[in-house]
Design a protein around this ligand. Structure first.
Ligand code: C2E
Ligand code: CA
Ligand code: CA
Ligand code: CA
Length: 262
């Protein structure tokens, strides 16, 4: 257990990092695996810490959530992603969909829809190119969340359900919530070619998605075998180290042709 004083110290660090604008984004391509086209990018936050170097989100997102600092951090992330999309648009790559992760805490925040609307407006980002990724854990309080999700949809933003299959798997909310896509959790994809139960799960999730008219994205696609399995089962999109790790925006643009040739 960490002492409360060290937790407070970490909180001060987070606050300082936000103040000093030390957070930045990497982008991981999302491929249409039917056509081979690169069609989107997931934005993933990193912290360029003056002492520790690049710090990954699993180490600071939980603290950002419990302290509420996820609210300003989330706004910063969204603003950077929208500005990056604008830049790509000016370079002629405008049809890329950028997806941004939102924590449950952000979705529950009152005024979240207005905040997103303001950032879209200020950056000039076309909402149809923004996708918000939420996790199943957000469904702990479905009634509360429904208003926010409907608000996002009304703005013209799309919504995907991340890490699908790992959380509160009640299939009933799938048909009641205004979501557009399911993202198959990477833990199922990793073992889909070695573990027959996980393979069945992957196939079932794709079938459920299609039955409900939802798009299906697989993440954690690391091998050709993973890809072939997904293609055979008519999954639309995939993301993973087979194509690319998350990279800085500058590298992302350079790599585009290489990915599409894969
Ligand atoms: P996630 O949204 O499920 O993102 C996928 C994670 O898997 C990313 O880790 C990504 O780098 C990694 N990944 C992608 N493809 C592969 C693969 O083929 N193999 C393996 N082994 N890993 C792969 P990352 O960037 O460290 O992010 C971890 C988590 O932190 C994310 O999981 C997400 O829950 C959270 N996160 C990241 N950025 C943000 C953000 O801006 N806001 C919020 N609220 N959460 C974020
Ligand atoms: Ca995600
Ligand atoms: Ca995920
Ligand atoms: Ca995850």
């Amino acid at each position: 257990m960490e002492s409360s004083s060290s937790a407070t110290k970490q909180e001060c660090e987070l606050r300082r990092g936000l103040q000093e604008e030390e957070f930045f984004l990497h982008y991981q391509p999302r491929m249409n695996i039917r056509t081979g086209e690169m069609m989107g990018a997931e934005a993933l936050v990193r912290w360029s810490h003056p002492e520790y170097g690049v710090v990954y989100p699993d180490t600071f997102i939980p603290l950002a959530e419990t302290t509420g600092l996820i609210i300003p951090l989330g706004e910063e992330v969204l603003r950077q992603a929208c500005l990056q999309h604008k830049e790509w648009e000016m370079q002629g790559l405008g049809s890329i969909v950028v997806s941004v992760n939102f924590s449950p805490r952000q979705i529950y925040e009152s005024g979240i829809v207005e905040n997103v609307a303001t950032i879209l407006h200020e950056t000039g980002m076309d909402p149809k190119f923004l996708e918000i990724e939420i996790t199943e854990n957000v469904m702990i309080d479905v009634d509360h969340v429904l208003g926010s999700l409907r608000g996002f949809k009304a703005l013209g933003v799309s919504i995907s359900l991340d890490d699908f299959g790992t959380g509160y798997s009640s299939l009933s909310y799938l048909k009641n919530l205004p979501i557009d896509k399911l993202k198959i959790d990477q833990s199922f994809v990793f073992t889909s070619t070695s573990d027959m139960n996980d393979q069945s799960l992957v196939k079932t999730i794709i079938a459920i998605g299609h039955q409900l008219n939802l798009g299906v994205v697989a993440e954690g696609v690391e091998t050709r075998e993973h890809l072939v399995l997904l293609q055979r089962n008519l999954c639309e999109e995939a993301q993973g180290y087979l194509f690319s790790k998350p990279v800085p925006a500058s590298v992302f643009k350079e790599q585009m042709r290489v990915w599409e040739g894969m």
